[in-house]
Design a protein around this ligand. Sequence first.
Ligand SMILES: Nc1ncnc2c1ncn2[C@@H]1O[C@H](COP(=O)(O)OP(=O)(O)OP(=O)(O)O)[C@@H](O)[C@H]1O
Ligand SMILES: [Mg+2]
Length: 214
Amino acid sequence: MGGVELTLEENRITVLKGPSGSGKTTLLSLIGCMARPTSGRITLWRKLLGNNGFLKDGDTSEVEVTSLPERFLTEIRRRTFGFIFQQFNLIKGITVPENVLLPSYPLGKQHRVVKAWAEELLDMFGLGDRAGARVEWLSGGEAQRVAIARALMNDPPVIIADEPTAHLDSELSGSSWTSWLILKNRARRSLSPATTPWSSRRPSSTGSVPSGTA
Ligand SMILES: Nc1ncnc2c1ncn2[C@@H]1O[C@H](COP(=O)(O)OP(=O)(O)OP(=O)(O)O)[C@@H](O)[C@H]1O
Ligand SMILES: [Mg+2]
C-alpha cells in the first residue's frame, strides 16, 4: 500500500473504476478495515471514526489504523462503514428484517428503536410487504435492496458498495439507481467501484485503479 490518497466528499457517490483484477475489491477491503496491507500504512480521518465518542467537530487529524488491534478494527467497521457486497452476503434461513437488523445487535441499542428503523428502511426501499419473506425467496433486485438497507442500519458515515448491481439487468439497475439516490440522501458519503455502465453513468466523482497498483 502506498501513494494513495482518497478524499470522499460529503453526500457524494465516489466511483472507483478499473479493469477486472486491477484491485478494486482489494482496495475497498483495505479502506473498510476488512484487510490489512502486507506493507504500507493506512490512515483515516479521525473525524470519520465519528460517532464513537472520541472525536470532536472540526478535527482534521488522522489515525493510523493499520496497526490497531483487531477489536478496534471491528469497532471501526461497525460504526464507520456500511458494506454492500457484490453477492449481497445476506444470511439465509432468517427473514428480511432480521437480516437488516443484524449489524445493530453489537451496538446494544434498544430493540424497539432499531426495529422501527429497520422497518422504515425496508419501506424506503419498497420492501415493506416482503417483511415476512426469507431471503432465499427474494429476487435479485429485492436482495440488493435488502443489502442496501442493511448497510444503512447503523447510519454509517461511509457506505462501501462492491459492484452491487453487476448482475442485474438494465431495468433493475435503473431502479437501483433510484435506491441509490435515496441512499445518498440518507448516508453522508458513499463509495462504489464500477466495471458496469450503470454506476459509471452518473457518479459525483470517479477515481481509477490502474492495474495492480494501489
Ligand atoms: N488475498 C489475496 N491474496 C493474493 N492475491 C489476491 C488476494 N485477493 C485478490 N488477489 C488478487 O489481486 C488481484 C486484484 O483482485 P481484486 O479482487 O481486488 O480485483 P477487482 O479489481 O475487484 O476485480 P473484479 O472487477 O474482477 O472484481 C487479482 O489478481 C486477485 O487474484
Ligand atoms: Mg472486485
